[in-house]
Design a protein around this ligand. Structure first.
Ligand code: NAD
Ligand code: UPG
Length: 441
């Protein structure tokens, strides 16, 4: 099949590469000329393990090309995928300006029947709006299809080649057959439904996962008070098949380009339909506070943070990505600077992106994890990169002025800690708490 993907962010790029790998001819379009130039040179503009090799192979065998010319992409293809961003507006609603602009661009260039497949996360009713826009511009026949994307950053390649399911929201058999055929090599777990339900499945899935995270974080906060261990609680809950073991890792809450934006958007979608989504509002509220939990723990140990050197390990919103959109590190560092702390920060991959995103001066950026903790009064682990998990805790203890480790991702085990003299606080595991600072001052 001949496909065009509009938007070369995570979703557009990974989908384009994946669809070319399984035998289609794919043109990836972006209006960002710089990005397209880099891609034409085989350079992947995001950190996504495994993507580069597939990209270069498919460029070399002629099945994958990059362009800024949407006219060329539309004319050459039978199926066009919309994969541009849908960021939050100030009121939380999804900004559909990019999606609508692409719909207009496609309509102007149409030269025969096309399937327009939306992969961007869009509110219920958006594909109908896309249809309206296209109909108002052209008489050429077309179908709109909603195929929401469920990939996770950091494992996007694996998630795309073997998805848990593919959801296809369609209006007729013709489009259903074309889109089902396209996805056949990937999975047989296909849910075919109407377009509005497909749009809702995406938001409901993200909202449910966010709910699991806020739920376990609340349980963790209670564990801290009553002396239980949230890791064991989650393990004991997760064996129940009705609950499942995933997304029960307590910590400093969820971030990234999707959960915060999509939970806000679903609250607005509900509100616009005159429904108050109380549960999801509480999920969002819990998540906002959870980020500051780490600062409370830090103050509990060190008291006033003014003039204290605080090291930050991890700036990306999760490991294996350089994405820093809505990363908890941003708020934690901003607050530390406000409290007068000297902050030294390190991330193995996301440093450059984070520097651009932080609206503050005064952070000292370290070249290595151990440079960041040199003479520090405390280190806060915010992203569970393997590099931090594997750190030698005795070396850490020796490098710091006060050996205080605040673990925002519950990375370290009792076994690892028992060999060090670190003052350790994590989230919902009070029994692992080690020693108090008075021992050292
Ligand atoms: N990032 C994820 O992990 C993920 C996963 C599932 C779904 N989604 C959804 O997919 C959509 C895309 O997300 P993303 O993170 O890949 O986006 P992104 O913001 O990283 O990239 C979007 C790209 O679209 C391009 N673009 C914008 N307007 C354009 C236009 N008119 N013509 C051509 N190109 C244009 C931009 O230049 C940019 O390169 C969003 O709706 C998001 O919610 C994202
Ligand atoms: O048990 C957990 C699991 C995740 N997180 C946090 O939740 C956030 C999101 O993590 P994850 O879902 O792994 O990453 P994303 O790449 O944001 O992927 C989510 O958002 C995408 C965009 O919509 C969807 O496609 C994916 O299915 C959905 O998992 C991160 O900050 C994680 O640290 C936790 O705190 N505890």
């Amino acid at each position: 099949m001949k496909l065009t993907v509009v938007g070369t962010g995570y979703v557009g790029l990974v989908s384009g590469v994946c669809f070319s790998e399984i035998g289609n001819n794919v043109i990836c379009i972006d209006r960002d000329a710089d990005k397209i130039d880099r891609l034409k040179n085989g350079e992947v503009p995001i950190y996504e393990p495994g993507l580069q090799e597939y990209l270069v192979n498919n460029m070399n065998n002629g099945r994958l090309e990059f362009s800024t010319d949407i006219k060329y992409g539309v004319k050459e293809s039978d199926l066009i995928i919309i994969a541009v961003g849908t960021p939050s507006l100030p009121n939380g609603e999804a900004n559909l300006a990019f999606v609508e602009e692409v719909a207009r661009n496609i309509a102007v260039e149409m030269n025969g029947y096309k399937v327009i497949m939306t992969k961007s996360t869009v509110p219920v009713g958006t594909n109908e709006r896309i249809k309206e826009i296209i109909c108002s511009i052209t008489d050429h026949p077309f179908d709109v299809v909603s195929v929401p994307e469920f990939l996770r950053e950091g494992s996007a390649v694996k998630d795309t080649f073997s998805p848990d399911r593919v959801v296809i929201g369609v209006e007729n058999k013709r489009a259903e057959e074309i889109v089902s055929e396209l996805h056949k090599p990937l999975t047989d777990k296909v849910v075919v439904t109407d377009i509005r339900s497909a749009e809702m499945i995406k938001y409901a899935s993200n909202a449910f996962l966010a709910t699991k995270i806020s739920f376990i974080n609340e349980i963790a906060n209670i564990c801290d008070k009553v002396g239980a261990d949230v890791s064991n609680v989650a393990k004991g809950m997760g064996y129940d098949k009705r609950i499942g073991p995933h997304f029960l890792n307590a910590g400093i809450g969820y971030g990234g380009s999707c959960f915060p934006k999509d939970t806000d958007a679903l609250i607005q979608i509900a509100g616009n339909a005159d429904y108050d989504f109380k549960l999801l509002k509480a999920v969002v509220d819990v998540n906002k506070h959870q980020r500051y939990n780490i600062l409370d723990k830090l103050q509990q140990v060190l008291g006033n943070l003014n003039g204290k050197k605080i090291a930050i390990w991890g700036l990306a919103f999760k490991p294996n990505t350089d994405d820093v959109r809505d990363a908890p590190a941003n708020e934690v560092i901003t607050e530390l600077l406000k409290l007068g702390a000297d902050v030294s920060a390190y991330d193995p991959i996301a440093m450059d992106n984070f520097k651009k995103s932080l609206d503050q001066d005064g952070v000292s950026w370290s070249e290595t994890a151990f440079e960041a903790v040199q003479n520090a009064d405390a280190v806060c682990l915010l992203t569970e990169w393997d590099e931090f998990k594997e750190a030698d805790l005795n070396q850490l203890e020796a490098a710091m002025r006060f050996p205080v480790l605040i673990d925002g991702r519950n990375v370290f085990t009792q076994e690892q800690l028992s060999e060090s003299n670190l003052i350790y606080h994590s989230v919902g595991r009070p029994r692992l708490q080690q020693k108090e600072l008075e021992l050292y001052v």
